[in-house]
Design a protein around this ligand. Structure first.
Ligand SMILES: C[S@@+](CC[C@H](N)C(=O)[O-])C[C@H]1O[C@@H](n2cnc3c(N)ncnc32)[C@H](O)[C@@H]1O
Length: 246
C-alpha cells in the first residue's frame, strides 16, 4: 500500500497552506533578494521553489525525501535551480552554507527536534529561517490529533510550541504570523501549485489508477479515511509563518 505522500509523489501533487501568497509573505519576512543562496527543504513537485527563484532572482537548491518528488521537480527543467534527494533531519550540506532556509508544510512531518537544529546548522550567521507550518488554532481533541497523525503522518503544533522549537535551536529575532484557512483562497492556491503540469498530473493519476492495482487500492483507502474525518476537524488548524535569525 502507498502512503499519503507516495500517492501524491507518484503523480506530482504537493501543497502548502496559504498557497503562493503565503510563500511571498515568507520571502518578505526573510528579506530574500537576488544575492541569496536559498535552501528549500521539502521542495515537493518543485513549483514553489521555482516561484521563489522567479519572485526574487535568488539561487535555489531544493531537497526532498522522495525520489519521485525530485523527479517531478527536475522534469520542469528550471534553469538555475538544483533539486536533490535529501532528508531535513540530516542535511547533506556543510555548516554555514546558506543565507536563507525555507520550508513550507514539511517540518510538521519530521522529527522537529532533529530538523530545526539542522536548519540552524546549515545557515550562515545572520541568515534567516522561514517556516510555513500547520498550526493548531484551538486545543484539539486526542481524536483529531490522532486522525492527523494516522492519515497524513503530520504532527502540527500550537504557535507557542513552534516558537519554543525555534528558540531551543538557537534562533533569535523570532517572529510569527498565524492565519486561519480561507477555503476559497486555499483552493486557488492549491491549483497554482499544480499549475505547471496540471494535465500531466491527471494523466499520470488515471494511468496509475487503471494500471496499478496497489495504487488504486491505496487511493480507495485514503478516500475512505477522508470520509471518516472527525466532525469539525478543519476548524482546528490554520497556518503559521515562523521566522528566526541565526
Ligand atoms: C505537503 S508537501 C509540501 C511540498 C512543498 N514544500 C510545497 O509547498 O509544495 C511535503 C513534502 O515534504 C517532503 N518531506 C517529508 N518529510 C521530509 C524530510 N524528512 N526531508 C525532506 N523532505 C520531506 C515530502 O516528500 C513532500 O514532498
Amino acid at each position: 500500500m502507498y502512503g499519503y505522500f507516495e500517492i501524491q509523489a507518484k503523480v506530482g501533487i504537493t501543497k502548502h497552506m496559504g498557497g503562493l501568497e503565503a510563500t511571498k509573505k515568507l520571502l518578505e519576512l526573510c528579506q530574500v533578494d537576488k544575492s541569496d543562496q536559498v535552501l528549500v527543504v521539502g521542495s515537493g513537485n518543485g513549483v514553489s521553489a521555482i516561484k521563489i527563484h522567479e519572485f526574487t532572482g535568488c539561487q535555489v537548491t531544493g531537497i526532498d525525501l522522495s525520489q519521485d518528488m525530485v523527479e517531478r521537480a527536475r522534469e520542469k527543467h528550471a534553469p538555475g535551480i538544483e533539486f536533490q534527494v535529501g532528508d531535513a533531519e540530516n542535511l547533506n550540506f556543510a555548516a554555514d552554507s546558506f543565507d536563507v532556509v525555507l520550508s513550507e508544510s514539511v517540518t510538521g512531518f519530521t522529527n522537529k527536534t532533529r530538523s530545526i537544529p539542522e536548519y540552524y546548522r546549515v545557515l550562515k550567521s545572520g541568515g534567516y529561517l522561514g517556516l510555513n507550518e500547520v498550526t493548531w488554532m484551538y486545543n484539539p481533541s486526542s481524536e483529531i490529533k490522532d486522525y492527523y497523525r494516522r492519515v497524513m503522518g503530520i504532527n502540527p503544533d500550537s504557535r507557542e510550541s513552534w516558537l519554543s522549537l525555534l528558540e531551543e535551536a538557537g534562533f533569535k529575532d523570532i517572529n510569527s504570523l498565524v492565519r486561519a484557512i480561507n477555503y476559497r483562497q486555499q483552493v486557488v492556491g492549491d491549483l497554482e501549485l499544480q499549475s505547471m503540469d496540471f494535465f500531466r498530473i491527471w494523466g499520470r493519476f488515471f494511468r496509475l489508477y487503471f494500471k496499478d492495482p496497489e495504487y488504486r487500492r491505496s487511493v480507495h483507502r485514503l478516500s475512505r479515511e477522508a470520509l471518516h474525518m472527525p466532525r469539525g476537524f478543519d476548524r482546528y488548524f490554520g497556518y503559521g509563518l515562523y521566522v528566526g535569525r541565526k
